[in-house]
Design a protein around this ligand. Structure first.
Ligand code: PLP
Length: 458
C-alpha cells in the first residue's frame, strides 16, 4: 500500500499543480465548488472497494437518523432477515445509503412537505444519468418532452438533439422572450398546449432566474404532464432555504450534489409518491446503472448533514449577495447583463459591446481565454441572440468558489471592475485562413500585466 507519491509521482505532481491552480486562480464556474475535507475523506476511503447492487430495506426510508445509526439494531435485523440487495457484505453499505437518503429528505423537507413524504434515490452517478433515468421511469421512447432551449440556458439532457433525451423522445422547447430575455410563462403554456408533452422540464444551466414553480405546476396540470425540476445549479440555496423550493410543486426533482451543495460528484432524484419512486428506483438500477458508488453515497450523507447548519445557510445567502453585487457593478460600468439580470448564483455578461477597429465584436470564448490567462476562470456561454453554442457571445460567471474564499460584496465589485477593465482593453479583430475567418483579440502588454497584478492581490 505505497502512496501515490511513491507509485506514481508524475500523477502526484499534476494533482499538486491542479491544487495550486484552484488555490491561486479566481474561479467563476457556477457549477463548481470546493468540497470540504470531511466530504473528500469519504471519497478516498475503502468504501470505494465494494459493490452493493440494489437498494436497502424500503422501510428504512421512514427511520429516524438515530434509528439508522443504531448499528447493533441494524446488524441484528440484518442477520435475521434476508437483505434486498443482490450482494452480501453490505451491512454497512446499507446504513450509509439509508443515512444519505434520510438526511437528503430532511435537508429538502419544507414546512408543508415532511421528510417522510420525500422519496430519495441517491444512486445516480451524475446529473445526466439522473435526468435520463427519470424519463425512462415516466415515459416511453417517442413520447414528447418540453424543456428550455439549450441556447437559452437549458441543459443537454433537457431534450438536446445531441443527447439521448433528444434522440429517444420527441423533444420540444420553450425559449426566452426576445425583448425581456426572460421566460414568458404564457408562451410556455401555449407551447405546452400545442405539443402536449408528457414531461415538462424546468431548471437551468445558465438561465439566471429561479423558475416560477407554481406557474410551471399550473401549466403541467393544464396538459396532464409530469413536472420535473432540475435544480442541479441551485440545490444548495434551496436546501438552505434562501431560494424558493420546487418541493410541493414538482412531481420529480433532480439535482447534482457537486455544484452549490459542495458535495461529491453525483446526483439525487426526489419524488413524492410511492408509485413514482418505485419506477425511478428501477430506472436508475438496473435500468441505467450497475452498482452504486458507496464512497460517494457516504460523502453525500456528510454533505446533507452540513447543509443543515447555520453556516451553510449564511454561505448560500452570501453567494446570492455576491452575485447581485457583481451584476450591479457590471451594469454600472456599462457591461450588459444578458437575460435582464439575475436572482441566483450566476450571471452572463454580453461581450458583444466590446468592438474592435475592424468592427469585430468580442466573442465569449476570446473573453474567457483572456480572463483565464489573467487568473480569472470562467466559461463562454450562449446568450439570447446567439445562433450556436460554439459561437457564444456571453461569459457565464458564478460566485460559489469566490464566496468559499470568504470574499464579500466589495470584493465582487472590485473583481467586476478588473474584468471590465480587461474586456474594454481588448481589441477584437478577424483574420482569414483559407476559407475560415478566425476571431481573435489583442490586449496591450502593460495593461494585461497590471490586470494580472490586480487579480493576484484579491
Ligand atoms: N442538469 C443541469 C441543469 C446541469 O447544469 C448539469 C451540469 O452542468 C447537469 C444536469 C448534468 O450534470 P452532470 O454533468 O453531473 O452529468
Amino acid at each position: 500500500n505505497d502512496s501515490m507519491e511513491k507509485v506514481d509521482p508524475d500523477l502526484k505532481r499534476i494533482i499538486d499543480l491542479e491544487a495550486a491552480r484552484q488555490n491561486q486562480k479566481l474561479i467563476f464556474i457556477p457549477s463548481e465548488s470546493a468540497a470540504p475535507l470531511a466530504v473528500r475523506e469519504s471519497l478516498g476511503s475503502i468504501l470505494q472497494n465494494i459493490y452493493a447492487e440494489g437498494y436497502p430495506d424500503e422501510a428504512s426510508r421512514w427511520f429516524s437518523q438515530e434509528k439508522i445509526l443504531d448499528v447493533e439494531r441494524h446488524l441484528a435485523h440484518f442477520s435475521r432477515y434476508s437483505d434486498p440487495r443482490y450482494y452480501k457484505g453490505v451491512e454497512f453499505a446499507d446504513v450509509i445509503e439509508e443515512l444519505a437518503r434520510r438526511r437528503c429528505a430532511e435537508a429538502f423537507a419544507t414546512p408543508d412537505v415532511h421528510a417522510d413524504d420525500i422519496y430519495v434515490n441517491v444512486q445516480p452517478l451524475s446529473g445526466a444519468p439522473a435526468n435520463n433515468a427519470v424519463y425512462q421511469a415516466l415515459i416511453n421512447p417517442g413520447d414528447t418532452i418540453l424543456g428550455m432551449n439549450l441556447l437559452h440556458g437549458g441543459h443537454l439532457t433537457h431534450g438536446s438533439s445531441v443527447n439521448r433525451s433528444g434522440k429517444l423522445y420527441k423533444a420540444t422547447h420553450y425559449s426566452v422572450d426576445p425583448q425581456t430575455e426572460q421566460i414568458d410563462y404564457d408562451e410556455v403554456e401555449r407551447i405546452a398546449l400545442e405539443n402536449k408533452p408528457r414531461v415538462i422540464i424546468t431548471g437551468f444551466s445558465s438561465y439566471p432566474w429561479v423558475p416560477d414553480w407554481a406557474r410551471f405546476r399550473q401549466i403541467a396540470d393544464k396538459v396532464g404532464a409530469y413536472l420535473m425540476a432540475d435544480i442541479s445549479h441551485i440545490a444548495g440555496m434551496i436546501a438552505a432555504g434562501v431560494l424558493p423550493s420546487p418541493v410541493g410543486f414538482a412531481d420529480v426533482i433532480t439535482f447534482t450534489t457537486h455544484k452549490t451543495l459542495c458535495g461529491p460528484r453525483g446526483a439525487c432524484i426526489l419524488s413524492f409518491k410511492e408509485s413514482i419512486s418505485k419506477k425511478i428506483d428501477k430506472a436508475v438500477f438496473p435500468g441505467e446503472q450497475g452498482g452504486p458508488h458507496m464512497q460517494v453515497l457516504a460523502a453525500m450523507a456528510t454533505t446533507f448533514k452540513l447543509a443543515r447548519e447555520e453556516s451553510f445557510k449564511n454561505f448560500q445567502q452570501q453567494i446570492l449577495k455576491n452575485c447581485k453585487a457583481m451584476s450591479d457593478q457590471f451594469e454600472a460600468r456599462g457591461i450588459r447583463i444578458a437575460f435582464g439580470g439575475t436572482n441566483t448564483h450566476l450571471l452572463n455578461i454580453d461581450c458583444k459591446s466590446v468592438i474592435g477597429p475592424d468592427g469585430t465584436t468580442l466573442s465569449g470564448d476570446m473573453a474567457a481565454r483572456m480572463m483565464d490567462l489573467a487568473g480569472l476562470v470562467a466559461n463562454s456561454n450562449a446568450i439570447p441572440g446567439d445562433k450556436a453554442t460554439l459561437r457564444a457571445s456571453g461569459v457565464r460567471l458564478g460566485t460559489p468558489w469566490l464566496t468559499q474564499r470568504g470574499l464579500l460584496e466589495q470584493d465582487m465589485r472590485e473583481i467586476a471592475d478588473i474584468i471590465v477593465d480587461l474586456l474594454q482593453a481588448a481589441k477584437p479583430y478577424t483574420y482569414t485562413t483559407g476559407n475560415t475567418s478566425v476571431s481573435r483579440a489583442k490586449v496591450d502588454f502593460k495593461t494585461f500585466e497590471d490586470i494580472k497584478i490586480r487579480v493576484r492581490k484579491i
